[in-house]
Design a protein around this ligand. Sequence first.
Ligand code: KG4
Ligand code: ZN
Length: 346
Amino acid sequence: MTLVLGIESSCDETAAALVDGERRIIAQRIASQDEEHAPFGGVVPEIAARAHAERLAPMIEGVLADAGVTLADCDAIAATAGPGLIGGVMVGLVSAKALAMASDTPLIAINHLEGHALSPRLADAELAFPYALLLVSGGHCQILRVDGVGEYRRFATTIDDALGEAFDKTAKILGLGFPGGPAVERLAKEGDESAVPLPRPMVGSGEPHFSFAGLKSAVMRAHQSGKYAAADIAASFQKAAVDCVIDRLSIALEAMGRTDTLVVAGGVAANATVRAALEELAERHSMRFTAPPPKLCTDNAAMIAWAGVERLAMQDFKPDPLDIAARPRWPLDPQAEPVRGAGVKA
Ligand code: KG4
Ligand code: ZN
């Protein structure tokens, strides 16, 4: 039975996990750094890298101990090699390289976005290729067609902010603290989603790309006007964001051709309102809908280990060289056309 150790350190979660070829998460540990970053209202890269460096080694030891295995029992060590905050990525990747060298175990350098993209297959054994994927996290906001492991075609991206970033900025404006997504979702439950008139950027345009900067500015103006309760702003923001996602997806699904399943992954996929709207959209398109459980949506190492399992199973699998570099940017679809806009997140 295949067993892969996964390591994740690309943002503010330090995580290690052991996953086997039968989709079982044998052991996993995760430490969030929310407390360290909260005073600054966002992730501070230097603090993140230091926290990863302090926590990762004991965490890997802990995960191996939890499972009662050693590195010699692992078929590969899979570590996030990008994209992400480069200091943190380097901590995880260098640790993986050292362990791979010391134990003579193959190293697999995983694209963090591929971890998210394949995570629904860890949770759902029925999910076959191809599928339509909405990947929504703090740094990325994309619609892709997934035809196989390593076969990703991007149909949409954001021309400014990612969806998770829009949630985080809304939380900041409303004084809800960090991280913002779950806080906005909680507060939105108490608000009226039609109370605050907010724009739906890009809706009505023929292209499938996202833009959330204008929505964030409108949230700021609504808050500063003093006319609206925070819960109403949160609910109206969430509704506007979901409307944008559904509209963008409708266009992208047309363009990408038929797939049986619509899949959502990434941190924002933990949001129940987003999930419900996607389920409805899938039904309208006669597609099945699947989403990983919320704990597998936000950053974790099980998805990185699983991407390792998927890579190991490929016919032309080759371990990565120990001098492979960490990458701050690493698009899933390198062929995708650049999109207009200054701050494009590939
Ligand atoms: O995938 P992830 O953990 O890290 C990245 O790779 O970026 O995603 C984190 C993002 C943050 O922006 C966070 O606010 C958002 O996902 N998020 C949510 C929820 N849980 C996490 N956004 C909306 N609703 C949630 N429940
Ligand atoms: Zn992520």
